[in-house]
Design a protein around this ligand. Structure first.
Ligand SMILES: Nc1nc2c(c(=O)[nH]1)N[C@H]1C(S)=C(S)[C@@H](COP(=O)(O)OP(=O)(O)OC[C@H]3O[C@@H](n4cnc5c(N)ncnc54)[C@H](O)[C@@H]3O)O[C@H]1N2
Ligand code: MOO
Length: 388
């Protein structure tokens, strides 16, 4: 049995080989850059108008309008003192222009333009290179691509990006009692829900579960499916059958497939029988079958590891401390991740903390961490892992 800190350290210390691939801009959200990106040209690449109005030359109140420049035009107009052109936002500033005045601050009659006040030199002109200079570093390697990042890279005209690959994930649920939602349920059976919750949690953080399989508590079947899965996947997640019961075959089946245990059992609640192992560059998590245990172990242990395999540096759920809205005593002898709800800056520990209970997790938005046998008074700070 290891502590939570030891388990997290073992995961964090795994030596892993990151793979890279080329992705098109559109499909790179959430990926991590495996290369630097520098500006291939000045941004903006030409002086352009920040307003719909008039570009003019010289400081005066009256100008003669000699033409028009719209966005996208490559006008050859050269303005002389006292001349102006009609111009629109984003259009290239003609040579000789010293300022742009928004149209609301002007009166135009035929080719005569009168301003409400004198222009200031450079007014409403977005200068070439005002945001970035050619060759300037825009994103360092390891930048995690956000929607704004996609916008920035697109604005630089770059279509293909070298990024770290995300791991391929397979999921196997085990248990004789499990049937799929939608089927008729007989006495003693329950609906298999962990694969749905785990797949959804993976998806929420940008990971796809490629293959899902439900198998019975049959040692040979579990062993064979683990073997097949290890051939085709990077990360295998199993749910159920990892405790000490007579039908808990997962650990032995992993061992017989050459998977080397990195830790088994974490001193925590829920999720004590959590297992992590590896076989060369293949990684295996065996999560406890209880629905809240498996999902909570996914959030705290599997997710940061999937992120690490994708090149993400600051991996894991966001954590913040909040004051607790009521006094609370953790009677459990293990440090606990409690289903909780943060509302109006305070945390409420929810009813329904059993490892099999998932409704409280679905209604909450955080896992609140509290040490074993600890009493908190209203207003005491409690560390929360945000899950929504
Ligand atoms: N003698 C002991 N018994 C147990 C211990 C222990 O230390 N000594 N630990 C308990 C703890 S803590 C947990 S957590 C569970 C974990 O056991 P398993 O990982 O072997 O899980 P199962 O026994 O297969 O299932 C537990 C529970 O969850 C339900 N389940 C399983 N899979 C699914 C699924 N895919 N979807 C929905 N529900 C699922 C299953 O029906 C069981 O009710 O062991 C304790 N026992
Ligand atoms: O450690 Mo188990 O996940 O509490 O039920």
């Amino acid at each position: 049995m290891v502590s939570i800190e030891e388990a997290l350290k073992i995961l964090n210390d795994q030596e892993i080989e990151l793979r890279t691939e080329t992705r098109d801009l559109e499909n790179s959200l959430g990926y991590v850059l495996a290369e630097e990106i520098s500006a291939p040209f000045d941004m903006p690449s030409f002086d352009n108008s920040a307003m719909d109005g008039y570009a003019l030359c010289g400081i005066s109140m009256d100008y003669q309008i000699i033409g028009e420049v719209a966005a996208g035009d490559n006008s050859k107009i050269v303005l002389k003192e006292g001349q102006a052109v009609r111009i629109f936002t984003g259009a290239k500033i003609p040579e000789g222009a010293t300022a742009v005045i928004m149209q609301e601050k002007t009166k135009a009659e035929r080719d005569q333009l009168r301003l409400d006040q004198e222009p200031k030199p450079g007014q409403s002109i977005r200068k070439q290179g005002g945001e970035l200079h050619k060759g300037q570093l825009v994103f360092e390697k390891n930048y995690r691509i956000t929607p704004a990042g996609i916008g920035m890279i697109g604005a630089l005209g770059i279509q293909n990006l070298k990024v770290y690959s995300k791991p391929k994930i397979n999921l196997i649920t085990t248990g004789n009692e499990l049937i799929s939602p939608g089927q008729d349920k007989k006495e003693g059976q329950i609906y298999e829900s962990n694969s749905y919750a785990l797949t959804a949690a993976a998806k929420k953080y940008g990971f796809e579960v490629s293959d899902r399989l439900q198998i019975e508590d049959d040692f040979e079947a579990i062993k064979t499916e683990i073997m097949k899965s290890l051939e085709e996947t990077d990360v295998l997640i199993l749910s159920g059958g990892i405790s000490v019961g007579d039908y808990d075959f997962v650990k032995q089946a992993l061992e017989e497939n050459g998977v080397v245990q990195q830790f088994y059992k974490v001193f925590q609640k829920p999720g004590k029988p959590l297992y992590f192992g590896r076989k060369d560059e293949k990684y295996v998590f065996a999560l406890p079958g209880n629905p809240a245990s498996s999902l909570s172990c996914f959030y705290i242990y599997v997710l940061p590891f999937l992120q690490k395999l994708s090149g993400i540096k600051n991996s894991g759920l966001e954590t913040y401390s909040f004051p607790i809205s009521h006094s609370f005593e953790n009677r459990a002898d293990r440090p606990s991740f409690l289903k909780a709800k943060i509302e109006n800056g305070k945390v409420e520990i929810l009813d329904g903390q059993g490892s099999s209970m998932i409704q409280s997790m679905a209604l909450g938005n955080a896992l609140a961490f509290i040490d074993a046998e600890t009493k908190l008074n209203e207003g005491d700070q409690i560390k929360c892992y945000l899950i929504s």
